[in-house]
Design a protein around this ligand. Structure first.
Ligand SMILES: Nc1ncnc2c1ncn2[C@@H]1O[C@H](COP(=O)(O)OP(=O)(O)OP(=O)(O)O)[C@@H](O)[C@H]1O
Length: 331
């Protein structure tokens, strides 16, 4: 029997049900879109000590529920792309059980492939076709595609519809990648760092597009290095490091209840002091009395609530985190 990992327990406890949010009571809980148990994948690595196998994915358990946006986070080399490409059926695995839309991606056929959409990390070779031709040609591979013009509009490329794809800017190419990933009306959409190179406005409209797809019933599995993107979009996130899960849960609950406790910092001479407290106003009043010169300012005062990025940096042991505390809360 497979032990119940933290991610699975979180999944049961923190279930997000968008159908009931829209007032449609599901007859029974929807099956998982993705279920992974004990996934392992190593690569041969040549180092000073000779050739050895290095684990990129080291016993991963994941459950992605239908209709949710699920973000896979982790530093460079954590194993995100390896995991996603195994789920997409583009990479083989050494061990583990994997079910994607009810099938094993290593054996699934064409019909299964038409049910998933993929936006890879690297743009494919775009050749001589125009934006309109590429989206139209891709749509023909699918049984029930979205109208290509609608998709091109959704990704903001209407004014470039007659432009050759290879003449697009980096951010526009990325939008075309997204268009090609969604034109087949996928039940499950994989987005591997989809907004790299987007300007802030394009990123915002992409977020609206993705939440719209989720509200239409699609499941989305996202990797991103933009923590504010995960915080905005994801119903649940999993943080992986060196191929293993280090935390799982909704973005605003990640790291446990204390992780988002407001942080008061100030300067004592050259040294920055930290105090985590649920009562920052009281703490600042006390500092004004004890630390500031009469009628003066508290040196270097900041009051912040740690963001997902702060919590994430703590989790992966970056050492630059601002959520650390060097002062106990005084009562
Ligand atoms: N084809 C390959 N051959 C050898 N090693 C590989 C190969 N693909 C990935 N790796 C190694 O496996 C580990 C995980 O890589 P992976 O691309 O899955 O990480 P990632 O989390 O997607 O990283 P990034 O955020 O940089 O995209 C890394 O150490 C990487 O060097």
């Amino acid at each position: 029997m497979v032990a119940e990992p933290e991610a699975v327990l979180d999944d049961e406890r923190m279930r997000t049900d968008h159908s009931s949010a829209r007032g449609i009571a599901p007859e029974r809980p929807p099956a998982a879109a993705v279920s992974v148990r004990g996934l392992r994948r190593s690569y041969r690595s040549r180092g000073p000590g000779g050739v050895r196998d290095v684990a990129a994915v080291d016993g991963l358990d994941l459950d992605v529920r239908r209709g949710e946006i699920f973000a896979l986070l982790g530093p460079n080399g954590a194993g995100k792309t390896t995991t996603i490409e195994i789920l997409e059926g583009f990479r083989d695995r050494d061990a583990g059980e994997v079910s994607v839309l009810g099938e094993d991606p290593a054996r699934a056929g064409r019909a299964w492939r038409t049910r998933i959409g993929v936006v890879h990390q690297d743009s494919r070779d775009l050749g001589e076709l125009t934006v309109g031709e590429m989206v139209g040609a891709t749509a023909r591979y699918y049984p029930g595609p979205r109208p290509p013009a609608e998709v091109i509009e959704a990704v903001g490329l209407t004014e470039h519809v007659r432009k050759r794809a290879r003449a697009l800017s980096g951010g526009q190419r990325r939008r075309l990648d997204v268009a090609l990933g969604i034109v087949g009306r996928p039940e499950l959409l994989f987005l591997d760092e989809p907004t790299t190179g987007f300007d802030p406005q394009a990123r915002r409209s992409f977020w609206d597009l993705v939440t719209g797809l989720r509200d239409d019933g699609a499941t989305i599995l996202l990797t991103t290095h933009y923590l504010e993107e995960a915080a905005y979009l994801a119903d649940r996130v999993v943080v992986i490091d060196r191929g293993r899960i280090v935390a799982a849960g909704p973005p605003d609950a990640l790291g446990g209840p204390d992780a988002r406790t407001p942080l008061v910092t100030w300067l004592d001479g050259d040294e920055r002091q930290f105090l985590r407290t649920e009562r920052p106003t009281e703490a600042v009043a006390r500092l004004a009395r004890d630390v500031a010169a009469p009628g003066g300012e508290i040196p270097g005062l900041t009051v912040t609530r740690p963001t997902l990025e702060d919590v994430y940096l703590d989790l992966i042991g970056d050492g630059r985190s601002t959520t650390g505390s060097n002062a106990e809360e005084q009562r």
